[in-house]
Design a protein around this ligand. Structure first.
Ligand code: PLP
Length: 439
């Protein structure tokens, strides 16, 4: 199929599957953003992936810029990963007893991210941040957590709160089912605002167990930390005996071989105490991790009293997929991601510019997103001031031209090293035609 050939707007096979799914699954999807809620239309049910493409239930092939929301850094069906998965599966699916592969994956992570001395494997990014918060509370004997508006750390009760952007705002639960007591332990601050962090610590410093931040946020669109922000967080938390948790679930092993830390370097004021990882390190399977300073990690059971566990933690097939993926992430892979990101961001800038479409491209390594507004985006308030309706039209214009963007204007356009020149050229063409269509 020719990727430039427009597809019809409807997708009958996906629509039929959605109807069946809705009868047995809430909303027909197993994670809300898959439902196309903010762009409308029928979510494409995917039959298979091939390198930079996904093929839907109607047999239509799309250039995939979702990449499973980050994990598929090598594209779909990478031969080395397939071989590793098949090999591991042939030896058994799960034992609930330790295996060598877990050691290898932990060694791989520790060797890449210098401040990480010990690591514990879990099965999702949510579990990683949830466990890191429990550990920080156990280590400090305090209960309050500071997070930033617009940062997503998974669906952890205490971390779903993002209401309010004032200083020391008490978080209100963003979701029914999150008890007010959990939200009350969370202080939500505006991102990139060190003065707000200073004020929160001046008021409640002795109660704060940790500040958690996306190492470089990608969940309000890409909003890099302003120069000195990470360093300031490290300084302020250290002054008050609180831990700094750097959430690298999205940036880890993607922004660079050592994630965001590899790009920014260890801040002059010191490294974060704890890190969380997921996505790329599972190679498309459920594997994630949290890790950091040996003395903090020593608080975890069975070494210490903070309980944390998992029947499938360190699952051998997932560990094999993650290990094979990390080992295949060579300098050439990161160079290719940059080339792809260069080409796509240049195309957006050029086509949107030519057609007079307000836009702002922000980027961290090969992670980038397109805001449908002008001017720098420094925090969640900025990110929310964009033309989401126009993004929806752009999304569908791209979809009809065989390019599947993330179905939300707050998401990273994820690329892979499998995005070859043909996939890039098809995407660049679709960007130009779609820009003309929505102008
Ligand atoms: N932290 C960050 C920065 C994320 O981007 C995500 C997922 O998008 C999570 C945590 C949660 O990870 P998971 O969806 O694997 O639970």
């Amino acid at each position: 199929s020719d990727a430039a050939q427009p597809f019809p707007a409807d997708a009958p096979a996906s629509a039929a599957l959605l109807e069946r799914a809705r009868a047995v699954v809430p909303g027909g999807v197993n994670s809300p953003v898959r439902a196309y809620g903010s762009v409308g239309g029928t979510p494409r049910f995917i039959a298979r992936g091939e390198g930079p493409y996904v093929v839907d239930a109607d047999g239509r092939r799309y250039v995939d810029l979702v990449c499973s929301w980050g994990p598929m850094i090598l594209g779909h069906g990478h031969p080395q990963v397939r071989e590793a998965v098949a090999g591991a599966a042939a030896e058994g699916f799960s034992f609930g007893m330790p295996t060598e592969r877990e050691v290898l994956l932990a060694e791989e992570i520790v060797s890449r991210v210098e401040p990480v001395e010990r690591v514990r494997l879990v099965s999702s990014g949510t579990e990683a941040t949830m466990s890191a918060i429990r550990l920080a509370r156990g280590y400090t004997g305090r209960s309050v957590v500071v997070k930033f508006a617009g940062c997503y750390h998974g669906h952890v009760d205490a971390l779903l709160a993002s209401a309010g952007s004032g200083v020391a705002t008490f978080g209100l639960p963003d979701s029914p089912g999150v008890p007010a007591s959990a939200a009350a332990e969370t202080i939500v601050l505006p991102y990139n605002d060190l003065a707000a962090v200073e004020r929160a610590f001046a008021e409640r410093g002795s109660e704060i167990a940790a500040v958690i931040t996306e190492a470089a946020p990608g969940n309000m669109g890409v909003v890099p930390p302003a120069p000195g922000f990470t360093e300031g967080l490290r300084r302020i938390t250290a002054e008050h005996g609180a831990l700094l948790v750097s959430d690298e679930v999205m940036t880890g092993f993607r922004a660079s071989a050592a994630g965001w830390l590899g790009l920014e370097g260890v801040p002059a004021s010191g490294a974060p105490d704890l890190f969380t990882f997921g996505k790329v390190m599972g190679g498309g399977f459920p594997a994630a991790a949290f890790g950091g300073r040996a003395d903090v990690m020593a608080m975890l059971a069975p070494e210490g009293p903070v309980y944390q566990a998992g029947t499938l933690s360190g699952n051998p097939v997932a560990a094999a997929a993650g290990l094979a993926t990390l080992r295949a992430c060579t300098p050439e892979v990161y160079a290719r991601l940059d080339v792809v990101a260069d080409a796509l961001t240049a195309a957006v800038t050029e086509s949107f510019g030519r057609h007079g479409i307000a836009h702002r491209v922000q980027r961290v390594g090969s992670m980038f997103s397109v805001f449908f507004r002008e001017g720098e985006v420094r925090d969640y308030d900025d990110a929310r001031q964009q033309d989401a309706e126009r993004f929806g039209r752009f999304f569908h214009a791209m979809l009809r031209r065989g390019v599947h963007l993330p179905p939300s204007c707050y998401e990273v356009w994820f690329v892979s090293a499998a995005h070859d020149d043909a996939a890039v050229e098809a995407t660049v063409r679709a960007i130009e035609e779609s820009a003309a269509e929505i102008a």
